[in-house]
Design a binder for this molecule. Structure first.
Ligand code: ZN
Ligand code: ZN
Ligand code: ZN
Ligand code: ZN
Length: 298
């Protein structure tokens, strides 16, 4: 069915006699503040969906429009002077008492149900540390890969849709599933879902850091720009700017002037070798010779 926008939602609440003219807006606001609904047209968040599912399975009157409607009707009657405030207050207290009682009984069930619905997703493996499932959870906001045990090293979240793609490949080193990381202007990169796995370190290296024993790796700045950073960051803060277009690969060679790893850039059929230190004389030379590394990393 079509989702409600703010105006039609308030109309529907009117029809169901939910809230009063003065409270309907703040009810919606409250639901937004607590993260149960979002957007306009309004849609439930994963948390909201969990709550709805949980409430529907709990035996109480809270999910029925009737109960609030009944209360609100009486409030209207008070303002018209046809019933006393006291009688309504004691009636509501009784009603709320009954609801609270059944809610308290159901609370643990409720919590469990919400947790379960938040953990919905596809199982892609079993955690070697905990034996619990590793799941891919996708929703409108993110893709998340995580071990269901809290605090596990296996956790990977991407806010940008399409950045992570599942694969049916397994890591040769640890046996966990591999995922494809897709970045603009670069060929997809296979990564082990255990971020500490040495599979990722070898795959990503763009040569050795000339400042100490770290490896240079492609990183993404907060603004989405790629650059070379040292794997020993923050101990080593050595960085190089990279061209933002095309593919970049480590050549296996090092700059004869500054010892930085030499990089090959590719855009369509064009390719060019450069020293990532843009101020380096290497980039102004014509012969552009590089020092061959004995154990070249492909
Ligand atoms: Zn785990
Ligand atoms: Zn691995
Ligand atoms: Zn370094
Ligand atoms: Zn250089």
């Amino acid at each position: 069915p079509a989702r409600f926008d703010m105006a039609s939602l308030i109309k529907e609440m009117e029809t169901l006699r939910l809230g009063t003219k003065s409270t309907r807006h703040s009810i919606i606001e409250k639901l937004q503040d607590r993260g149960f609904i979002e957007g306009n047209p309004v849609r439930p968040t994963p948390l909201g969906k969990g709550l709805i599912k949980a409430v529907l399975t709990v035996d109480s009157k809270i999910s029925e429009p009737d109960m609030t409607a009944e209360l609100e009707k009486e409030m209207d009657l008070i303002s018209q002077g046809s019933t006393t405030k006291d009688s309504v207050v004691s009636e509501s207290r009784d009603m709320l008492g009954r609801v609270m009682e059944s809610l308290e009984k159901a609370e643990s069930v409720l919590k469990e149900k919400i947790k379960l619905s938040l953990n919905e997703g596809t199982i892609i493996g079993v955690c070697p540390d905990h034996g619990t499932d590793i799941k891919v959870i996708k929703n409108r906001e993110y893709i998340k890969i995580k071990c269901l045990t809290e605090g596990c090293r296996i956790e990977f979240t991407s806010k940008i849709m399409g950045l992570i793609k599942e694969t049916d490949k397994k890591c040769e080193i640890c046996g966990l599933p591999l995922i494809n990381i897709i970045r603009r202007g670069q060929s997809p990169e296979l990564r082990c879902i255990d971020k500490d796995c040495s599979y990722n370190k070898e795959k990503n290296t763009m040569g050795k850091c000339p400042k100490e024993e770290g490896n240079m790796v492609i990183r993404q700045s907060r603004y989405g720009k790629r650059f070379l950073g040292c794997s020993n960051y923050p101990k080593c803060t050595n960085t190089y700017a990279l061209p933002q277009k095309g593919t970049v690969k480590f050549t296996g060679e090092y700059c004869t002037i500054c010892n930085s790893p030499l990089i090959m850039g590719f855009i369509a059929t064009r390719r060019w070798k450069f020293c990532p230190d843009i101020k380096c004389e290497y980039n102004r030379r014509k012969d552009k010779a590089g020092k061959k590394q004995t154990s070249a990393i492909a």
